[in-house]
Design a protein around this ligand. Structure first.
Ligand SMILES: C[S@@+](CC[C@H](N)C(=O)[O-])C[C@H]1O[C@@H](n2cnc3c(N)ncnc32)[C@H](O)[C@@H]1O
Length: 242
C-alpha cells in the first residue's frame, strides 16, 4: 500500500491545518510554546533528561507525528539537558504523513529549530509505510517512525518500553479513532513502570479511559485559550496485572 499523505491547507499566518480532520496541527497561538508546555513540561522531561546517567536511554512515545514539531522540541531539550552519552529513543506513529514539501513548509515556521529540522527533512525523504528507524546526532537520537494506523502499528511493539507519552492525535471529537479503549490499553501495555503521559485534551472520556487502563490522571491548566489539559502516570497495580 502506498503512503496516504495528509491533506492540508494553510492559514494566512502560514500555519498548517488538516483539511481531512478540520483541525489544527498545533495551537495557532504558538505551536512551539504549546509543545513545550503541554508535552515537555507535563512529562517533566527537562528534569528527567538531566537525571539520566551515562549510557541510559529514555524512550518517548507519541500518537500523531504530524509536522514533527514535538519530536524536534524533545530532541532539542534532550541535547540541552541530558549527559553526552545518554540516548533518546522517540517512537511516533502517523497514518497520514505530510509530504516532504509540506513538512518543509511547516517546519520553516520555527527558525530556532532549523538545525534540527534540516536533519529531519533529509531523513524524511525516504519514508515508507510501516516501521523505520531514523538516526540523528551520530545515533544518539533514534526516531522510530511507524507509518500506519496507531492501534495496528503500536500493537507490534515490545511491551513496557515507553517512559513518557505525548498524546497528540487531533481533537477527540474530530478523530475518535485515536482515543479508543483499545489504544489506551495498548499505551499502558507499552509503558515502562511509572511512565508518564500528557495531552492537550481534557475530554472526560479520555480521562476516564486512561484511568481504566491504569493511569492516575490529573487535570492541569491548558495552554493558551484552552481551559484544561490532562497529564498522568502509570500506576503500579496496572503493571502487576499485565
Ligand atoms: C495534531 S496532529 C499531530 C501534531 C504533531 N505531534 C506535531 O508535532 O506536529 C495529529 C496527527 O495524528 C495523525 N493521525 C490521525 N489519526 C491517526 C491514526 N488513526 N493513526 C495514526 N495517526 C493518526 C494525523 O494524521 C496527524 O498528523
Amino acid at each position: 500500500m502506498p503512503i496516504q499523505h495528509a491533506q492540508l491547507h494553510w492559514d494566512d499566518q502560514g500555519q498548517p491545518l488538516s483539511s481531512a480532520y478540520d483541525d489544527v496541527y498545533f495551537s495557532l497561538l504558538s505551536g512551539l510554546e504549546e509543545t513545550r508546555y503541554v508535552f515537555l513540561q507535563h512529562n517533566r522531561l527537562s528534569e528527567r533528561f538531566a537525571a539520566l546517567h551515562s549510557g541510559d536511554c529514555m524512550t518517548v512515545g507519541e500518537t500523531g507525528f504530524g509536522t514533527g514539531l514535538n519530536f524536534l522540541c524533545c530532541w532539542q531539550l534532550f541535547e540541552q539537558q541530558a549527559p553526552e552519552d545518554a540516548q533518546l529513543h522517540f517512537i511516533s506513529v502517523e497514518k497520514f504523513p505530510l509530504t516532504a514539501a509540506d513538512l518543509q513548509q511547516a517546519l520553516a515556521l520555527w527558525p530556532p529549530l532549523q538545525d534540527y529540522s534540516e536533519q529531519l527533512l533529509q531523513a524524511y525523504k525516504n519514508i515508507r509505510p510501516g516501521r523505520q528507524t531514523l538516526l540523528f546526532a551520530g545515533g544518539r537520537v533514534r526516531l522510530t517512525l511507524l507509518v500506519g494506523d496507531a492501534s495496528v502499528q503500536l500493537a507490534q511493539l515490545d511491551k513496557q518500553i515507553v517512559d513518557a507519552w505525548f498524546l497528540d492525535g487531533f481533537a477527540p471529537a474530530k478523530n475518535p479513532e485515536m482515543w479508543t479503549e483499545e489504544l489506551f490499553g495498548l499505551l499502558a501495555q507499552l509503558s515502562a513502570p511509572g511512565a508518564t503521559l500528557a495531552t492537550f485534551t481534557s475530554a472526560g472520556f479520555v480521562r476516564r479511559g486512561l484511568q481504566a487502563a491504569g493511569f492516575a490522571m490529573q487535570r492541569n491548566k491548558g495552554f493558551g485559550f484552552k481551559r484544561q489539559m490532562l497529564s498522568g502516570q502509570l500506576q503500579g497495580e496496572a503493571l502487576a496485572a499485565q
